[in-house]
Design a protein around this ligand. Structure first.
Ligand code: SF4
Length: 279
């Protein structure tokens, strides 16, 4: 058996983003494959291109926020230009904060919160703060989803609001979060948004859910250190349908499967530097 020296979460200072929490909540085994075993499943080219363009748009808005020239980016990419034009046209509404005429704007604002021996990291695309209210803004480059419940339950919404309440003087009721979707759709040519308010009841629920999830993670990591795998879902679960690790979990797995590559299995440092997983 391969022996695995695994430091406790407290001493290892494991950093977890909303993406890690989403993956862990969706399927612990998938979390293991992606981050502990360092298996990777390369994105489809089209998917990768969309992600790159989304990242470029975030960079563009950050540059705009800092007063840096953005023409080199918009002139080189008509899609970026279209999204930015949509942003500009709606910016008075996007950048408005209740009760504040000139809120402080902080782009790509990062916060860290210690919880259960882990470091939870949050990166806000834009944070608006005023005397009595603060709002987290997040940019999306796809059309607005029809159903807001999925986003409300997503760990990005929950962790971002929870983290701000825990690391700022604001009461939960003074916080809100808005997602802005810049991709025009058949139903809407202008940017659309989904907004979420916050309160003490939600805060307490998130605290409890987070505590439970991280306690489970600590137990699972101890088991993993003893060469035991993290729990799987049932084969009929809909999460498994779209999972690239299906054959690894349930059969027909080929060690030479080009979708799954690992450089150094059963070592753990990768979890200390794992990248944020997009929604
Ligand atoms: S196939 Fe199912 S159980 Fe296996 S990692 Fe994927 S989601 Fe988890």
């Amino acid at each position: 058996m391969i022996s695995l020296a695994f430091p406790s979460p407290v001493t290892a200072t494991i950093r977890l983003s909303q993406g890690h929490l989403n993956l862990l909540a969706a399927c612990p085994r998938k979390f293991q494959y992606a981050f502990l075993d360092q298996l990777s499943s390369p994105n489809l080219t089209e998917q990768q291109e969309r992600q790159n363009q989304g990242a470029q748009f975030h960079l563009l808005l950050q540059q705009w926020q800092l007063g840096l020239p953005i023409a080199p980016l918009t002139q080189a990419d008509p899609q970026l230009d279209q999204w930015f034009t949509a942003f500009e046209s709606a910016s008075p509404e996007i950048l408005a904060l209740p009760g504040s005429t000139s809120p402080i704007q902080q782009a790509e604002h990062e916060r860290t919160l210690e919880c259960q021996g882990y470091l939870l990291t949050m990166r806000y695309d834009l944070l608006l703060t005023g005397d009595r209210h603060a709002k987290i803004l997040d940019w999306k480059t796809y059309p607005r989803p029809q159903n807001a419940r999925h986003l409300a339950a997503n760990w990005q919404t929950r962790l971002y609001l929870y983290g701000l309440a825990e690391t700022s003087p604001y009461e939960p009721e003074q916080l809100s979060m808005a997602y802005w979707f810049f991709q025009a759709s058949q139903d809407a040519a202008t940017p659309q948004s989904l907004s979420f308010s916050y309160d003490r009841t939600q805060h307490n629920r998130t605290h409890q859910d987070l505590t439970n999830l991280l306690q489970q993670l600590t137990d699972w990591l101890s088991q993993y250190a003893a060469a035991e795998s993290l729990p799987q879902l049932g084969i009929a679960h809909r999460e498994c349908d779209r999972c690239n690790f299906f054959s690894r979990c349930f059969g027909d797995f080929m060690p030479s499967d080009p979708r799954l590559e690992t450089s150094d299995p059963l070592t753990l440092p990768a979890i200390l530097e794992i990248q944020e997983v997009p929604l």
